[in-house]
Write a protein that binds this ligand. Structure first.
Ligand code: ATP
Ligand code: FE2
Length: 316
């Protein structure tokens, strides 16, 4: 069975093909000087959809008529962007008379990580709009802790915008942070098992220091907070695996900190390659494939901009 998955929640239009193993993963990502402008990002997606599709089909060595099931990112995400992927997926499914599956983007990040070797992990999902620490219990991913305001990636991007680093700022902050050991104290906002990042962005804007030192201080603070809550969740849930997924999982410093924490508890650290951590179509294809195989059929395929991870019944 071949599943073609379409990702279009925020900045990336991606197409993946999966038939029990990855056949293709192609994408085009919107970049800008400021943050994401939803309408601009959706126009970018509409412009690149056909090219990405052609590349993915070519890489997979199939034609569209070979696809058995189409899947798309149904939410959460930005309305105009979600609509692009949904429209393409719905048109293909109608034209080729093949079933259509709506995939939760957050669950897809988790499934991408699990495909690369985790069985029952403590999940640290760190991306642009989301920051959650989760574990599977009773048919759903339950949230041990999460951000109370913006996602850790959005915090990095807002902080980076203040420094003129463009969007996405995460990679540039990571590079600059490597060049400094200076630490400027920033608010450390752990509230019980939850986190808050927006005040740290504001506080960082008031410190006059070199960009390298600011980036180092910012990373150490927000990653330290995330690791603290993750460690408490791990001690409570007693999982044997710690799995880091989402766009921010591409950060080497965060990976090092979390893997050291996992090791000190005798747990294995798992995180997919960058290609599968950043938003991508393959994670949608492999989740759609699993869902369809398990007989999941959905009543509504309307986009869901605020669809939470813990609202999804994971029956596959
Ligand atoms: P979601 O919808 O899952 O919340 P998203 O749509 O924003 O996420 P992702 O690709 O999952 O997309 O994550 C993007 C975020 O990852 C951006 O905020 C970006 O700055 C951040 N990021 C990318 N690379 C790095 C890096 N090397 N270090 C830190 N952050 C990074
Ligand atoms: Fe994402």
């Amino acid at each position: 069975m071949i599943c073609l998955g379409i990702e279009s929640t925020a900045h990336t239009f991606g197409i993946g093909v999966f038939d029990g193993k990855p056949l293709a993963n192609k994408m085009a990502s919107y970049k800008s000087q400021g943050g994401i402008h939803p309408r601009e990002a959706s126009q970018y997606m509409a412009l690149h959809a056909t090219g990405v599709m052609k590349d993915a089909i070519k890489e997979a060595g199939i034609s569209l008529s070979d696809v058995d099931v189409f899947a798309f990112s149904q939410g959460p995400g930005l309305g105009p962007c979600l609509r692009v992927g949904a429209s393409v997926a719905k048109a293909l499914s109608k034209y080729y008379e093949k079933p259509l599956v709506g995939v939760n983007h957050c669950i897809a990040h988790i499934e991408a990580g699990k495909y690369f070797g985790a069985k029952d992990p403590l999940v640290i999902y760190a991306s642009g709009a989301n920051t959650q620490i989760l574990g599977f219990a009773g048919g759903r991913y339950r949230i041990y802790g999460e951000t109370l305001d913006i996602g850790i990636g959005n915090a990095l991007d807002s902080f980076g915008r203040q420094l003129g680093l463009g969007f996405p700022a995460g990679p540039a902050i990571e590079r600059l942070a490597l060049k400094s050991d200076s630490y400027y104290a920033l608010p450390y906002s752990v509230k019980g098992m939850d986190l808050s990042f927006s005040g740290i962005v504001t506080a960082a804007s008031k410190i006059k220091a070199k960009r390298e030192a600011l980036c180092h201080s910012f990373q150490e603070t927000v990653f330290g907070m995330l690791v603290e809550v993750s460690e408490r969740a791990l001690a409570h849930a007693k999982k044997k695996e710690v799995m880091l997924v989402g766009g921010v999982a591409q950060n080497k410093r965060l990976r090092t900190m979390l893997s050291a924490m996992a090791r000190s508890h005798g747990a294995k650290f798992i995180s997919p390659r960058n290609e599968y951590n950043a938003d991508n179509g393959l994670m949608i294809a492999l989740t759609g494939w699993k869902m369809h195989n398990a007989g999941v059929r959905q009543d509504s395929l309307k986009i869901r901009q605020k669809w939470r991870t813990d609202e999804v019944d994971v029956s596959w």
